[in-house]
Write a protein that binds this ligand. Structure first.
Ligand code: NAD
Length: 740
């Protein structure tokens, strides 16, 4: 019966309805207004038809559902802002009402009087898992890759459709908090052990098992709606509760430094909600949810980490008129640290790779690196023997450039040396078809310069990976002066094929990401020189929301590399381009103390043998006279890190290196973890307002130097009251098209 657009509805001979969620024109099911409307009708129909004994809900796609369509929330924000301008009280009331829609629907399902079972056949996220929790039982398939989570906190919100109330009524509070404040994914086994899943069934018997539960007399009443319901684990006011809750707050503080209001709201919802009856708990959740929706953090995180991220992944910057590329063969030249990683991620997505080095042994070594990465994945249960064989069979190590024949794309990752790169380019182009694209993974050499030796500069582009390639989700695609649209399209198709996120950057020294990262580390050098205790530098950066302190990061990237970069800048750009005190510092560390970073076990940190943990090098404090820690202004240290990076991002926009604010924001979070709660480098400025930002930058400039000088672009924006998303409106073309 085609009664619904998004669901199939079939009733079997036993009177059990099978509700199959399968949205047309979408690869994954999501909750939209229309889906909620239809589901509500279905709940009513099941409840109202005496011939229907109960319902099983499953999905017609590989995955169950990705949860709520967050663009719905984006629209809700817009409506809220518009209404707020007229009547702020009414705006909040509206927001409260609309934010309760989903939770209300799930409550209706669970109290409808008929048993519902969720048959989870694949990934089940957010709102979809909350709906499953409202069902009277949940059966999960044992197929590989089935997972479930309440990941809302990762985009600045929290499970606001009953999740914070049902999870801690099904499992102990500690596990509930851990799961929701981290947004971690659960395997069916873990979910079952926690009590969140009723049964695990073979994929083929999933629906049958779910139906069997109903036939076996599954009660259409949730435990919390029964008289005398007791929490699993202990009540809030108990000895166990008294042990858990003070520690829970402290742990949250340690992990988030108070930067994520949504994570704190989860604790409040659980704590307060478990003291009252279930329906009151839902109300409490709805109130906190309404509050959280109004926070800057939620707005910025949803925009960057959900909306923009999806748009970039889907190819927002791809020239539309070029046919998508189907890759049959990719070449990687240079099987070193980066090349081996690139070969691995390429083969992992099913594309054959020819991996070239100077001799076969070196190329084999690169393939062996891929084998090591696979072994680690297998240890974690994320890859099977079959996956391993398939992946390794796709990597062909060789020293013969003739094997590149027929490749659609070649990525060069040889030594960072113009002459070596020239040779690699020439040898490859001699065998490549004329339409093939040649990409360089250089981190410092301008693409336009490297393209000069190419026979086909239109087909020459930069594809800049970050290390470790298998873990880092961002790729910078660099346009040389002569790079053509076809090369851009192929590069973006490739990044999409390997499931990473691309940002498109115009050619410049350091591109985008490394320019920002250098600012971060250079501000830490300034602080060291001022005599700020090293531990305070690292802690302040983490308190500001950075995942890794600047000194620890510099150890990872290597201090002798910083030394090389400083020397190169000095040689190419003159003495004004570098701070002589920085040169003195890195020279001292590298030349005098042989401290090159993690790679030689000695950097800003010492790296004792495991299980001992790394710790700051005690002598670091003796290099400069130390300030009294009690007199150091920690808030200002935090600001200095975020400002110096955000200012560099603004300069990059002013110079036209990055042109789309979504790319600057998403790139900054994925590449170096720029305080995610801000929404990224430019959203940080937008959130504060250009005017306030420029005023504060001026104060910092006066106190600490020219690195805080706001570029003209920002002072103009401050004068005009503009934001980056207004001035560089990424949707301008779309809006104009719609208007026309
Ligand atoms: P690496 O020294 O580990 O590897 C370079 C490899 O190239 C070696 O295996 C070498 O044998 C091989 N090689 C040299 N000349 C060759 C030739 N003519 N033909 C074939 N192979 C040749 O270096 P890496 O760290 O992997 O860096 C490679 C490139 O990636 C550089 O351009 C670097 O700037 C860039 N990069 C590095 C990083 C990083 O973090 N290491 C990050 C981004 C980009």
């Amino acid at each position: 019966m085609a009664d619904y657009k998004n669901f199939k509805f079939d009733v079997d001979a036993d009177g059990i309805a099978l509700v199959t969620w399968d949205m047309p024109d979408k690869s994954m099911n999501v909750f939209t207004e229309e889906v909620m409307d239809e589901l509500e009708t279905i709940v009513d129909r099941v409840a109202g038809d005496a011939a229907i004994k109960g319902a099983v809900i499953t999905s017609g796609k590989d995955s169950f559902s990705g949860g709520a369509d967050l663009t719905m929330l984006k629209r809700m924000f817009q409506l809220f802002q518009e209404e707020k301008a007229k009547d702020s009280q009414k705006a909040v009331e509206l927001l409260f009402k609309s934010s309760g829609r989903m939770g209300g629907l799930f409550r209706k399902l669970e109290t409808s009087g008929k048993p519902w079972v969720s048959a989870i056949n694949g990934t089940c996220m957010g709102g979809a898992f909350e709906m499953s929790l409202a069902c009277h039982a949940r059966v999960a398939s044992d197929a590989p890759g089935v997972k479930m989570a309440l990941p809302e906190v990762k985009v600045g919100i929290f499970p606001g459709a009953g999740g914070t109330q049902r999870v801690p009524r099904l499992t102990n509070q500690q596990d509930a908090l851990q799961m929701m404040t981290t947004g971690q994914s659960l395997t069916p086994q873990r979910a079952k052990a926690m009590g969140l899943i009723t049964e695990i069934a073979p994929a083929k018997k999933l629906v049958e098992t779910a139906k069997k539960l109903i036939k076996g007399g599954l009660k259409p009443v949730q435990p919390w709606d029964e008289k005398g319901f007791k929490l699993p684990g202990a009540p809030i006011y108990s000895a166990a509760g008294a042990n858990l809750w003070p520690a829970a707050s402290a742990i949250l503080r340690r992990e988030t430094y108070g930067n994520y209001p949504a994570a704190a709201a989860i604790l409040k919802c659980v704590y307060e909600g478990l003291l009252v009856p279930f329906d009151t708990g839902l109300k409490i959740e709805q109130r906190y949810f309404t509050q959280i929706l109004q926070t800057l953090e939620a707005g910025m995180m949803i925009r960057s980490l959900f909306v923009s991220l999806q748009e970039l992944n889907k190819g927002a910057r791809r020239p539309a008129d070029i046919k998508p590329t189907k890759f049959t063969k990719i070449g990687v030249i240079g099987a070193g640290f980066m090349g081996a990683g690139i070969a691995y991620v390429t083969a992992k997505s099913g594309i054959p790779v020819v991996l070239i080095d100077r001799d076969v042994e070196a190329a084999e070594k690169g393939k062996a690196h891929a084998a090591d990465l696979i072994a680690k994945e297998m240890q974690k249960g994320r890859m099977s023997e079959e996956d391993k064989q398939k992946l390794l069979s796709l990597i062909i190590p060789t020293a013969d450039y003739a094997d590149l024949e027929g490749a659609d794309l070649v990525i060069e990752a040889v030594f960072e040396d113009r002459e070596v790169k020239r040779q690699a380019t020439e040898k490859a182009e001699a065998v490549l078809k004329s339409s093939a694209i040649f990409a360089s993974n250089t981190s410092t050499l301008p693409i336009s310069g490297l393209a000069k030796v190419s026979e086909r500069p239109k087909n020459f582009i930069g594809i800049h990976f970050f290390s470790p390639v298998d873990k880092m989700m961002l790729v910078e695609v660099i346009l040389g002066k002569k790079t053509g649209d076809k090369a851009l399209a192929v590069a973006l198709d490739y990044v999409r094929a390997i499931k990473k996120t691309p940002i498109v950057v115009n050619d410049t020294r350091g591109f985008y990401v490394n320019r920002c990262v250098l600012r971060y580390m250079s501000e830490a050098y300034n602080m060291l020189i001022e005599g700020v205790p090293p531990a305070m530098i690292e802690n302040a950066a983490r308190m500001a929301g950075m995942p890794v302190g600047p000194l620890a990061l510099n150890d990872e990237t290597a201090i002798d590399l910083s030394q090389k970069i400083l020397k190169a800048a000095l040689a190419d750009l003159g003495p004004k381009a570098v701070d002589p005190r920085h040169v003195e510092l890195v020279d001292k560390l590298v030349n005098e103390f042989d401290r090159k970073g993690r790679k030689n076990g000695k950097g800003f940190y010492d790296y004792p043998a495991k299980p001992a943990k790394k710790h700051l090098w005690p002598e670091l404090k003796t290099l400069y006279p130390q300030q009294d820690p009690d007199k150091v202004n920690v808030e200002e240290l935090k600001e200095r890190f975020l400002f110096t990076i955000a200012l560099e991002a603004a300069r990059v926009m002013e110079e036209g290196i990055v042109t789309d604010p979504r790319e600057a924001d998403v790139g900054s979070i994925l590449a170096f973890g720029f305080a995610p709660y801000t929404g990224g480098t430019l959203s940080y400025i937008d959130g504060m307002g250009a005017k306030k930002f420029v005023r504060r930058a001026k104060e910092l400039q006066k106190k600490y130097g020219a690195q805080f000088k706001a570029p003209k672009l920002l002072t103009d924006m401050a004068d005009n009251g503009e934001t980056f998303y207004q001035r560089f409106d990424p949707y301008k073309a779309e809006t104009q098209k719609q208007a026309a």
